[in-house]
Design a protein around this ligand. Structure first.
Ligand code: CMP
Length: 226
């Protein structure tokens, strides 16, 4: 992958000139992680900012018994690891590669200098943090007020709104993680997630193919929420 061409497509660097991109390439390093590798653990000291070049990652919290809650799934051009660099606290969550993933890393000092010298990057990062807080609030609302069918309906609709493909007979979503992980986003067990998905399928609301869900009746799916 040509890192410079890639960086031109990254929203936080989209205003950069050729010269600024060249400078950025001098301070950035590429790193590869195999599927399922822990990129870093919650509570570790954070020394690097990460930008996803290819692949995808999940941001998770775990219990001592190994139960997992997914805070977010992030894709190419998105970033993570900024929180510890900004507030000086340990890592707020664990990050795991969901597939073979390549990231670009920048160390703390270079990252903070980038923000001082390019306030537009700081503003874009603030905007992203604000959007992530909105999503987190929505997730809290889901966990506080919705039952299992409501939680599954909401997560499917959210994925459809973000990255669904409208087709002739509905909206197709790539489920690029497992059904267990779908449950982990909304705090329900794998068994319950599978049972609820099956009941939606029996009611003709969705069709489940191996790695895809086709939403056939989005109004009925919305009705499951309240
Ligand atoms: P940091 O705390 O350094 O390490 C964990 C990272 O996960 C954190 O920075 C953010 O980049 C990311 N992160 C934590 N919570 C969320 C969330 N709710 N949504 C999206 N990303 C998150």
């Amino acid at each position: 992958m040509d890192l410079k061409e890639f960086l031109k497509r990254v929203p936080i660097f989209s205003d950069f000139s050729e010269e600024e991109l060249n400078k950025l390439l001098e301070i950035a390093k590429k790193k590869d992680f195999k599927k399922d590798t822990v990129i870093f653990q919650k509570d570790e000291t954070g020394n690097f900012f990460f930008l996803i070049c290819s692949g995808k990652i999940k941001v998770i919290l775990e219990t001592e018994e190994g139960k997992e809650g997914i805070l977010s799934i992030l894709y190419p051009t998105e970033f993570f690891g900024e929180m510890s660099l900004l507030d000086g606290e340990p890592r707020s969550a664990t990050v795991v590669a969901l597939e073979d993933t390549t990231v670009m890393i920048i160390n703390r000092e270079d990252f903070l200098n980038l923000l001082y010298n390019h306030p537009q990057i700081a503003l874009k990062i603030l905007r992203t943090l604000s959007l992530r807080l909105r999503k987190a609030n929505r997730q809290i609302e889901t966990l506080m007020f919705l039952d299992a069918p409501g939680r599954i309906a909401r997560v499917i609709i959210d994925i459809a709104m973000e990255r669904g493909h409208p087709i002739k007979n509905g909206i197709l979503i790539d489920l690029d993680f497992t059904r267990q992980e779908l449950g982990n986003i909304v705090g329900i067990s794998r068994e319950t997630a599978i049972r609820v998905l099956k009941s939606f399928e029996d009611e003709g609301i969705i069709d489940i193919k191996k790695n895809h869900i086709l939403i056939r009746d989005i109004s009925k799916l919305r009705e499951k929420i309240y």
